[in-house]
Structures are given as C-alpha cells and as structure tokens.
Design a protein around this ligand. Structure first.
Ligand code: SF4
Ligand code: SF4
Length: 282
C-alpha cells in the first residue's frame, strides 16, 4: 500500500503540483509519526499501515496558500470536507490522495475509533488507493457504548461524566489535536470576560469539557483524536457522538459529507421549529 503513497507523493512533488506532502513515516522503533516532506527524494520515507492513527488534517495550515498534498483516510477526509463547508479551507490548494482505510490496529487490536467508524473512504479525493479486499463502507455503526450510557438515569449519567471530568488536568491536548478546534482565540483563554475558570476543580472542569463538546456539535467528524490524546482517559467520544446523533436527528446533518451543504450551526431557517432538545415546544 505504501508504495503507491510514495510514488504519488514523489510524482506530485517532481511535477511541481504541490509544495509539500503530508503523510506518515515509520521510525526504526516501529512507531509512526506524521511527516511533511518537500523533497521528492524523501518520498521513500512515507508509510501507510497500522499505527497511522493521526488525523493528518490537524497538520494543514489553514491561513496559508501553500499547495499541499495529503494522504487522507475516511475520517480525515470528512474533516477536510467540513473545513471547506465552514469556509476555512480552499480546496484548490489541496491535492488529496485518498485511501480506502482497512481499519487500523495498535498493539494488535483494532482501534476503538476504527471500530466506530462509519465512512472508511474520504468523500472527496484526487486519487484513491483501494487496497485489495477492503470494502468501501458508509453506514451507521452499532454504538453499544453510547447506548449503555443512554440507558442510565439522568443522575447516573451526571455521576458518570463528573467522575471523568474530575480527572481532567486541563492540558488542552483534546483541543490542540482537533483539526476542527481552530478558533484564533479559544474561549478558555479569554480573560475579559472570563468564561472558564483557570483553576482545576469539578465545576470548571465540567464547564470546559461541556463547552468544548457543544462547540463541536454538528461539526465533529468522529475522528477520535481528542479521545486518543486525552492523557487521563476521559471518554470524550461518548459526548461527541451523542451530540452528533442529536444534530443528525434534528437537522438531518452529518458533518463532513458535502462541502455544498451549509453546516447545521451556520444555517438558519425561519421555518425551523423553535424547540430545545428535551423540552416542550415553546
Ligand atoms: S472533537 Fe475529537 S473526534 Fe471530533 S473532530 Fe475533533 S478531535 Fe476528532
Ligand atoms: S485532553 Fe483530557 S485532561 Fe487534557 S484538557 Fe482535554 S479532557 Fe482534560
């Protein structure tokens, strides 16, 4: 698989189609890291296989006109489409080498984010690598983890999430790794007014985690990176997926599927029902 990645990146760089290519490389110890190459001779360092878990869209410079080639799995491809739909990225400067992702393993186990993935192929690409025997998939998944939380009472759910939020050390790795957390100034850094208290305590931790989840509602593409980056194991994925389901149910909107559809949170229709989830219509 990675030979096709190397050949395409090399060809694009040699022909001057792109200024750089963002992909993965495997180190001598077997670990995989994202890399950005500009020299066609470096294309031989590129790799694709187990361990290529990062969402490479996190490494695209949004405020730039660099012509960038990039390798995108399904979840990363949805991220690109969402950024275009939000008006943050110019598709013309990106050359996409898509890959039908076979599902990735770490330590011999399928990653949770791959087990929960609904689209293994980027919705938009310039060229596509389709490994033998890997089916193109685009279907909702059985989400037993979320269902089990939904079955809890309101008090039990509150206890479950507060137990996790209490562990938060406010390192902001979840924000920093997320390609859709691109605000120039994060709400956590505003001091006038101060929206989120700096100190680590249950109330401010809960506020931070909830405010972030709401800011990603109808935008999160379920790439799983925030969940993977959290050093204390807070299951951010559960909140993300719950909010995604609510937005899909109410607005029939699935982020990252089409650059032509206005994202739910940027759209306003006078005929919309003025209903708040979980309350009576007012
Ligand atoms: S919120 Fe998490 S899962 Fe969603 S796009 Fe951002 S990093 Fe990916
Ligand atoms: S990555 Fe985890 S510990 Fe760090 S701020 Fe986010 S939720 Fe808190």
């Amino acid at each position: 698989m990675y030979n096709e990645v190397r050949e395409t990146a090399k060809h694009w760089l040699e022909k001057g189609r792109i200024d750089c290519f963002i992909g993965f490389s495997r180190r001598v110890d077997g670990s995989v890291i994202p890399v950005r190459i500009t020299d066609p001779a470096d294309a031989d360092k590129l790799f694709f296989g187990h361990g290529c878990v990062h969402n490479l869209m996190s490494f695209i410079k949004l405020d730039d006109d660099e012509r960038t080639g990039i390798l995108l799995k399904g979840c990363d491809g949805r991220t690109m489409v969402q950024l275009i739909a939000e008006g943050e990225l110019d598709r013309d400067r990106i050359s996409v080498l898509g890959i039908v992702c076979p599902g990735l393993e770490e330590d011999g186990k399928l990653l949770l984010k791959c087990a929960l993935c609904r689209t293994n192929t980027p919705p938009d690409y310039d060229e596509l690598i389709h490994p033998d025997g890997v089916e193109i998939r685009d279907n909702a998944i059985e989400d037993e983890e979320l269902s089990s939380i939904e079955q809890l009472s309101r008090a039990e759910r509150f206890k479950f999430f507060m137990k996790h939020f209490n562990k938060c050390i406010r390192c902001y790795a979840c924000r920093d790794v997320c390609p859709l957390c691109y605000c120039r100034e994060c709400v956590t850094e505003k001091s006038s007014p101060q929206w989120v208290e700096v100190s680590i305590k249950p109330s401010s931790n809960a506020y931070w985690n909830l405010i972030r989840a709401y800011h990603l509602a109808g935008r999160c593409v379920n790439c799983g990176e925030c969940d993977r980056a959290c050093p204390v194991g807070i299951p951010l994925r559960i909140l993300n997926r719950k909010l995604a389901n609510i937005v899909e149910e109410f607005f029939e909107y699935v982020p990252g599927t089409s650059p032509e559809i206005t994202p739910a949170m940027l759209d306003f229709r006078e005929e919309d029902e003025h209903q708040v989830h979980g309350t009576e219509k007012s």
